[in-house]
Design a protein around this ligand. Structure first.
Ligand SMILES: *Cc1c(COP(=O)(O)O)cnc(C)c1O
Length: 391
């Protein structure tokens, strides 16, 4: 496969003015660091609400839990998908009421369920009998939605088989939940993160309809559909516009549920914060491993342990911008640590300007999701990625 070309059009990602403002802010800061733009997050939220006005947006806090982002979304009326007692404390500390939260992690300790319940949360996910029993005991009477397996096909960052269960297992758990005094509300799924194939929502919705019908036949009326995350951010590959995703998904809901939509939840993470971030690195070293043949290497000061873990298997391809112009060459890109796993792109190298020099900055665009919180805290002594917020 050929290398990715550095000479993408910056204006596909942001206006000249915005990049200029960002550069001014970034110029005297020591690399590596992440800068997240709040106005980009605000626009993303507004665009999604406009495209799917019927849906409650539960921001997946894990994607980027920067306090300013959480406050902004709080003030816009967002709900939040929370995965641990620590995220819960963070959100409650910002004055968000517990009825705007769901405990969306299928893997939980009994005492953590109890903690959520005592703090006032009444909406939980589940995908196993063991968890339903823990919920019945520690969060009695709560609303539960049940997560079905989705295969993650078509997603650049699939979520594998870790979460969810087959429909027949889910059905049994719905009956059990009812029997144990919980309130089975509905079904959830996650089609896989950075999902490029919109028809994945259709097959999941079809299964949801079947479960709604099966429950109905046993006297249980479900009225909640949680369609999870999966909405893409703008990496190297072009993506369809938000309204295209929204329109197609809305059609699929109509196909299976008619005009009377159930209560609908979406849980965007990557979509909301991805495009808002720029990770600024500096070139530490340029080198060649062979005298004549071979691809040169560029080592930057942030790598797999410094926020760029989603380059694993080269799944997520960040647009990488150099301010140099002119002739381009293929480069392998690697991080600064002493672990051989800390290589970002080698199978498919990047095309970057061949007049780059050590000390130059390389800008990783669309780095606002799953970066800062994914970095190690002290490997080789490197501190965690610094993070700033701008308007
Ligand atoms: C991580 C996660 C999300 C967010 O997924 P994105 O693909 O980033 O939008 C949504 N829901 C749940 C339950 C998650 O675990």
């Amino acid at each position: 496969m050929s290398a990715f070309d550095y000479s993408f059009d910056m204006e596909n990602y942001m206006t000249k003015e915005r990049f200029a403002a960002f550069k001014k802010f970034a110029q005297d800061k020591e690399t590596p660091f992440l800068v997240t733009s709040l106005s980009v997050v605000a626009n993303k939220y507004d665009e999604l609400k406009k495209s799917m006005p019927y849906a409650d947006v539960y921001y997946a806090v894990k994607a980027n839990p920067t306090e300013e982002i959480l406050k902004l979304l709080r003030d816009r009326g967002s709900y939040f998908d929370v995965a641990s007692i620590y995220e819960l404390d963070l959100i409650l500390g910002l004055g968000v009421s517990p009825n705007r939260l769901s405990y969306g992690n299928t893997i939980k300790k009994a005492r953590d369920i109890r903690y959520f319940y005592e703090k006032g949360v009444r909406l939980f996910v589940s995908d196993s009998e063991s968890d339903v029993r823990k919920l019945a005991e520690n969060a009695p009477g709560s609303d539960i939605f049940f997560r079905i397996l989705a295969d993650g096909l078509g997603a650049d960052w699939p979520l594998s088989r870790k979460f969810g269960a087959q429909p027949d297992v889910i059905f049994e758990n719905i009956l059990l939940a009812k029997e144990l005094g919980l309130n089975p509300r509905g079904v959830s799924f996650h089609v896989g993160s950075q999902q490029m194939d919109i028809t994945q929502w259709r097959s999941a919705l079809k299964t949801c309809r079947e479960i709604f019908d099966a429950a109905k036949a046993r006297g249980i009326t479900l009225d909640l559909l949680n369609m999870g995350g999966g909405f893409p951010a703008h990496y190297m590959h072009a993506i369809k516009d938000t309204y295209v995703y929204a329109a197609e998904i809305t059609d699929f809901i109509r196909e299976f549920f008619g005009e009377q939509f159930p209560h609908i939840i979406i849980e965007p993470g990557r979509y909301m914060s991805g495009d808002a971030g720029i990770l600024v690195t500096e070139i530490v070293m340029l080198s060649s491993k062979e005298l004549e043949s071979g691809i040169p290497w560029v080592y930057v000061d942030a790598g797999k342990f410094g926020g760029l873990i989603e380059t694993l298997d080269e799944c997520i391809r960040y647009p990488i911008y150099s301010e140099r112009e002119g002739e381009a060459n293929d480069y392998v890109i690697a991080g600064p640590t002493c672990d051989s796993f800390d290589v970002l792109y080698e199978k498919i190298p990047y095309r970057l300007p061949s007049n780059m020099e050590e000390g130059d900055r390389l800008y990783f665009l669309t780095a606002g999701a799953y970066t800062q919180t994914y970095c190690s805290i002290f490997f080789n002594g490197f501190p965690p990625l610094r993070s700033y917020v701008i308007d």
